[in-house]
Ligand binder design. Structure first.
Ligand code: FNR
Length: 382
């Protein structure tokens, strides 16, 4: 299978599976416990049907929207994801450049393998920094200040990762950061020489946003679960979120809000957006899907805060359904990670291009010429 054989996100997943050693593939593809929530995040979209209008004159259409104060060419964001250089040696550089080319938001993780400053120098497109609150308050402060100096457009505070979800595929594979060659996976690394040689001979794998605070300094490989459970601040609460909102001062989103109560509190602390998210099913298995929860959240805080549906998006029509149900935009991680793993920047560009085409085609077939015409009447729930 080649890149030119990829016509949807699942095709990129198959190519990624063929290219990556299984511990690395399972880190991307896996989720918590029985992975019920991960599966539901996507199938939730099947419970609502689009209702098209015809003869609407759709020669010219505008797919753009405004998210967190900046124009986005599509109502789609690239969610922040950790350690992208484990998937392809270009990592965040490839994703940031592809996002800039298509005029989309790029989300960089606290656990990125490129620094805040490198990303800022690389792209003039809209950029969001995802903050994990660490026990080390100096580290939190330094990341906020570095983002301010680098003129990031927004910050998203991830609030669903107080402890790590039970990611059983990672427990079995022993996946660590930086990746380490575990005996059970030796064969898999040996039969993926392109990945393995790239990983061994390219520049050293680092987590530069953590300064010298963590693994980088010690050179120790840790599992992501171990990292979360030892480094992150389990006492984080609404006062912490409000303080970070204030210290940061710019556009601010809470990532991982699910309940109506929390959506209301996000408005109260002055957040500009919430990302309805269960971390792609990687945290609390059995948690509701973002798309299932969207309508109630829109009824509760719609019009007061931007609402982004994060998780399960694999099709342009999933984005259209999210907008019709009241979201400002949709967002996703695996939709571009499989493509990054499959083929680096050209892969990510092809994946975004396919979603762009699906969004445009879907809008034309729906008889709408701008995203604000996707209103609740255009959706029927089964
Ligand atoms: C993530 N996600 C994530 N979220 C976050 O706030 N910080 C992070 O470092 C990461 N890292 C990460 C790594 C990988 C491999 C995945 C798949 C996901 C969650 C991510 O931002 C987003 O919420 C989910 O990816 C959404 O689900 P889909 O689109 O992957 O189905």
């Amino acid at each position: 299978m080649r890149l030119s054989d990829c016509h949807n996100i699942d095709d990129f997943r198959k190519l990624a599976k063929a290219r990556l050693p299984w511990p690395v593939f399972d880190y991307i593809d896996g989720a918590a416990d029985d992975e019920l929530t991960k599966a539901r995040n996507t199938t939730a979209f099947d419970d609502a049907d689009l209702v098209p209008d015809v003869l609407a004159g759709v020669a010219e259409i505008d797919t753009s929207c405004t998210i967190l104060g900046r124009k986005s060419a599509l109502p789609l964001m690239l969610s922040p994801t950790a350690v992208q250089r484990a998937f392809h040696h270009k990592g965040e550089t490839a994703v940031a450049k592809a996002a800039e080319k298509f005029g989309l938001w790029f989300g960089i993780s606290s656990l990125a393998t490129r620094s805040i400053e490198e990303i800022a120098a690389l792209t003039s497109g809209p950029k969001l920094f995802q903050l994990y609150v660490h026990k080390d308050k100096g580290l939190n402060q330094s990341m906020i200040e570095r983002c301010q100096a680098a003129k990031f457009d927004a910050m998203a505070l991830t609030v669903d990762t107080i402890v790590s979800g039970k990611r059983e595929r990672c427990l079995r594979s022993g996946f660590t950061t930086p990746p380490r060659f575990t005996p059970s996976a030796v064969w898999s690394y040996a039969t993926r020489p392109r990945w393995t040689l790239d990983y061994v001979f390219r520049e050293k794998f680092r987590l530069p946003n953590l300064d010298s605070h963590v693994a980088e300094g010690t050179g120790k490989a840790v599992s992501i679960a171990e990292y979360f459970n030892t480094m992150l601040d389990t006492s984080m609460d609404w006062d912490t979120a409000a303080r970070i909102r204030q210290d940061w001062g710019g556009k601010f989103a809470l990532k991982g809000v699910m309940s109506l109560n929390d959506a209301r509190r996000a408005v109260e602390i002055g957040a500009d957006a919430i990302m309805i998210s269960n971390h792609g099913g990687r945290q609390l298995d059995g948690s509701r899907a973002p798309f299932d929860q969207l309508r109630e959240i829109v009824d509760c805080v719609g019009g007061e805060i931007e609402i982004i549906v994060d998780g399960g998006v694999r099709r342009g029509t999933h984005v259209l359904k999210s907008l019709a149900a009241g979201a400002t935009a949709a967002s996703g991680g695996r939709l571009y990670l499989y493509a990054l793993a499959a083929a680096g920047q050209p892969g990510v560009e092809r994946a975004i291009g396919i979603l762009k085409d699906e969004i445009e085609r879907g809008m034309r077939l729906m008889g709408v010429t701008s995203v604000d015409q996707l209103t609740p009447e255009r959706l029927r729930w089964r």
